[in-house]
Design a protein around this ligand. Structure first.
Ligand SMILES: [Zn+2]
Length: 465
């Protein structure tokens, strides 16, 4: 097995050599639509344009930032992009990118693009805070514009302008905390819409070879390749992992039948659970928030048609809320064995119930913190022949069938019941994980924060084929 240094020490930050005013952060979002345009592909095109037509030097990998997945008004996967470059003529780049975003976005097809520019370094705290909140709550276009104006940022919006939210959030993201990489390979225009032929064995091979430093490659249980989408969009496949080197070498080991346009490495918050880092108080939750709740199970779990499961949880504020565990998560068999009194932590999104009359917590993981002792009630034994006695009816005591001994004061005896679940962490099955879901084997190999390199990124982080 490959041993990979996940805390990459390839680059020593040397910010003194960078003229801070030459740094330009470019955020964009909501350029795609259901019909097949794709924000990461636009990032690929813009990167190509910058490398070919400007003096831009990338001071970080292009960032693929997944924002709060529990918001209804979102693009597919809710991914925004930020490019951090060093360049001399910002004004020229800003005007050129404005034209590219306008031309390449699906503006008449439901996209509402925004593109935002921040000059200089470091990134102001207010912008980082904006990005942090966009991971777990709803951020408004109005606040985004206020923040952008306060920091004299250039920005352009199209359609209803909602894209400014993700664009600004992307600029403020991934400066601190855990992160991963994804190399995304793109199809030529002619191949878009055709079946993606991927040799399954070659996926299984690199998955085995690189474990645990790549993830979401293959679902063993359902025998499904997870790296390729199925729609008409230009993404051929994406490989996620812990270093740029390992995702690129995994991609190069794939047997691909068609000729591709090229590929690019993104740094990302995918696979980090970054949207579930804040604790939600049940007394003050609002629809579409994400986070985690610590509380006590207060109702016995009920399974409904379709295999979905519901129970209620109460936290220290004394507020109780309904919880839903959906069948595709593959963790309903665990949740169904919860008992009243068990203490749990759940990662969840706050949604409106079907009737929209109250909020409901949709579970994204369950961590069982402690289980209560439960008891089965058994009839008492006869004092004389040690046989189980029979109930004479409610509050009428018990009688022995054999010797007819009767005890009016006898009570049922609690027998400790062996619980079939144990404290521990339970995460959805690979096919129902979100982009942001942290896979089980990433626990313990999280990274702290990225040091911005002054040196070049790895060779081959961007490649045309
Ligand atoms: Zn008896």
């Amino acid at each position: 097995m490959l041993s990979w240094n996940t805390k990459s020490s390839l680059y020593e930050p040397n910010l003194h050599d960078i003229n801070q005013s030459e740094i330009l952060h470019i955020g964009f979002d909501d350029t795609d639509s259901l019909e097949g345009k794709c924000t990461t592909h636009l990032a690929f095109k813009i990167t190509r344009f910058l490398l070919d037509n400007s003096d831009a030097q990338f001071i970080d990998y292009p960032l693929l930032v997944r924002l709060n997945p529990n918001i209804p008004m979102k693009t597919r996967g809710n991914g925004a992009v930020c490019l951090r470059i060093k360049a001399k003529d910002h004004e020229k780049i800003i005007q050129e990118l404005r034209l590219i975003v306008e031309k390449e976005s699906a503006i008449n097809n439901g996209a509402n693009p925004g593109v935002v520019f921040l000059n200089g370094n470091p990134i102001p705290k207010m912008i980082k805070d904006f990005g942090a909140i966009a991971l777990y709550d709803v951020q408004s276009r109005q606040i985004a514009e206020k923040v952008a104006k306060k920091h004299c940022m250039s920005y352009f919006t199209f359609g209803n302008g909602q894209g400014i939210v993700g664009s600004l959030a992307a600029i403020g993201s991934l400066e601190e905390g855990d992160y991963t990489y994804e190399v995304i390979a793109y199809r030529t225009r002619d191949n878009c819409g055709t079946y993606r032929q991927i040799n399954v064995t070659s996926v299984i091979n690199y998955d085995n070879r690189t474990f645990p430093y790549t993830f979401n490659n293959y679902d063993q249980t359902h025998r499904r390749v997870l790296i390729a989408p199925h729609g008409p969009d230009p993404v051929f496949c994406g490989i996620r992992g812990e270093s740029p080197e390992i995702v690129v070498s995994s991609l190069n080991s794939l047997c691909v039948e068609e000729s591709l346009e090229g590929y690019m490495v993104f740094r990302s918050n995918q696979g980090t659970d970054m949207h579930l880092q804040n604790q939600l108080q049940l007394s003050s939750i609002r629809p579409y928030m994400s986070g985690y709740v610590v509380g006590t199970v207060t109702t016995t779990p009920q399974v409904i048609q379709g295999g979905h499961l519901f129970f209620a949880v109460e936290d220290t504020s004394g507020t109780s809320r309904p919880v839903a565990v959906y069948e595709p998560t593959g963790i309903t068999h665990i949740a169904s064995q919860l008992e009243r009194g068990d203490t749990i932590q759940i990662g969840c999104g706050v949604h409106l119930s079907n009737t929209a009359s109250q909020v409901i917590l949709n579970v994204e993981y369950i961590s069982i913190l402690s289980i209560v002792q439960t008891y089965d009630l058994s009839n008492p034994l006869c004092t004389f022949c040690r046989k189980k006695m029979k109930s004479e009816g409610r509050n009428k005591g018990f009688q022995c069938d054999k010797c007819k001994y009767r005890n009016i004061n006898a009570k049922k005896i609690p027998i400790p019941h062996k619980r079939s679940i144990q404290p521990g962490l339970y995460i959805p099955t690979p096919k129902s994980r979100r982009h942001l879901t942290k896979p089980p084997h990433r626990y313990g190999i999280e990274k702290s924060s990225w040091s911005r390199p002054n040196a070049e990124l790895i060779k081959g982080w961007f490649r045309l084929l």
